[in-house]
Design a binder for this molecule. Structure first.
Ligand code: PLP
Length: 367
């Protein structure tokens, strides 16, 4: 079904564009293995649809945040490696093994529990996550030093990946990038040698010295710009479109929406569109974002409500703004990253907030 045939709001997701983005990142990596981050339901886009497309495009390595996400992904894809970034839930280590999931080992306790399982079940593959500057997940330098002086902590474990995560990769000139890379190299030297992984989407564009043996892009697969200071090299994946439900001709001064936050001084036409913050159209977009009708930008005026927004369509002719007219909200003439910035957020958050109330239409647009 095409958006113009649908009753209400339509989220179109281009799976062909995701496959194309995977190939673009692969080209950029010049032979280095490319994994995919599919946590949070593939950044809100739909892991059940996305993961098989990535696997068909040649992706053999997937990263998720939680063990439950990993179990769901394993039921979709029997073959590829699946790494649980948050690590195994305490007491559920054996379940990881039984479903061939790799918990990232983020601290000495997680290492201890995985090594205990290895003593019961035989040698186990292990992914070590080092903290090189996020102060979030991963072993900090003092724990790596402890591992180096007490190597028996890794007995029974095959180190198959040592990874870390960049804090500022989207800012190519930020000194943290080189600092983290050097810290990563210094810490890795204290450990048995193993394949390494540092780059997320933006990290891939920092240059080959950030590529190591495996890259872990997420947002770029879904169309987010990994190089925010340059044109977006990725194909667009999502497009959110709705339809005008009502049009109000205003002839005397009036206010629009909650809090009377927008004042119309003179004659104007206000169109109401049935998408609100309950659909992931964030309230911070109030009075700041724009939508597009027939490619022409129109401002979002007043506050975003739970289920509705208001557009000032005074610049368009009445016949261009009848009820039922299609309105672009995100994607196409309203680029994801541009709309996100207007709402003082990032594409990641708009994607993962995409609502469940509208129809989702998966297409294969780019091949
Ligand atoms: C989410 C995540 C990624 C992917 O990051 P993007 O910026 O979306 O490319 C990679 N590695 C880790 C550890 C992550 O948490």
């Amino acid at each position: 079904m095409r958006p113009s045939d649908a009753a209400g709001t339509m989220l179109t997701i281009d799976l062909g564009a995701i496959a194309s983005n995977y190939r673009t990142l692969n080209d950029q990596l010049g032979g280095v293995r490319c994994a995919a981050a599919v946590k949070a339901n593939a950044y809100g886009v739909g892991v059940a649809q996305v993961a098989p497309v990535l696997a068909a495009a040649g992706c053999n390595d997937f990263f998720v945040a939680t063990q439950d996400e990993a179990l769901a992904l394993r039921s979709l894809l029997p073959e590829p490696t699946i790494t649980v970034l948050n690590g195994a839930d305490p007491g559920r280590e054996a379940e990881c093994l039984d479903h061939d999931l790799r918990p990232a080992l983020n601290d000495l306790g997680q290492i201890e529990r995985w090594a205990t399982l290895a003593r019961e079940r035989g040698r186990l593959d292990a992914v070590l996550h080092l903290d090189t500057g996020m102060c979030r997940l991963g072993l900090p330098a003092y724990e790596v030093e402890r591992l180096a002086t007490e190597p028996e902590r890794l007995d029974g474990l095959n180190l198959i990946l040592i990874m870390s995560h960049l804090a500022c990769a989207d800012d190519a000139g930020h000194p943290m990038n080189q600092q983290q890379r050097m810290t990563f190299d210094r810490l890795r030297q204290m450990l048995p040698s193993a394949p390494a992984s540092l780059a997320n989407s933006s990290g891939i564009y920092l240059g080959p010295e950030f590529h190591y043996d495996l890259a872990r892009p997420g947002v770029a697969l879904y169309g987010g710009n990994p190089t925010p200071d340059k044109p977006n090299p990725m194909a667009e994946v999502i497009r959110l479109q709705s339809k005008i439900v009502q049009v109000r001709d205003v002839d005397s001064p009036q206010t629009v929406g909650y809090g009377a936050a927008h004042r119309v001084a003179g004659p104007a036409r206000i169109a109401t569109v049935p998408v609100g913050y309950a659909d992931g159209y964030r309230r911070s977009l109030s009075g700041r974002a724009f939508a597009a009708i027939g490619g022409a930008r129109v401002p979002v005026v007043g506050r975003v409500s739970m289920d509705l927004i208001s557009l000032d369509v005074s610049t368009l002719r009445p016949e261009q703004t009848r009820p039922g007219t299609t309105v672009d909200l995100i994607g196409g003439p309203c680029p994801l990253d541009e709309i996100s910035a207007l709402g003082e957020t990032i594409g990641y958050e708009l994607l993962t907030s995409l609502g469940q109330r509208y129809e989702r239409c998966y297409i294969d647009g780019v091949s």
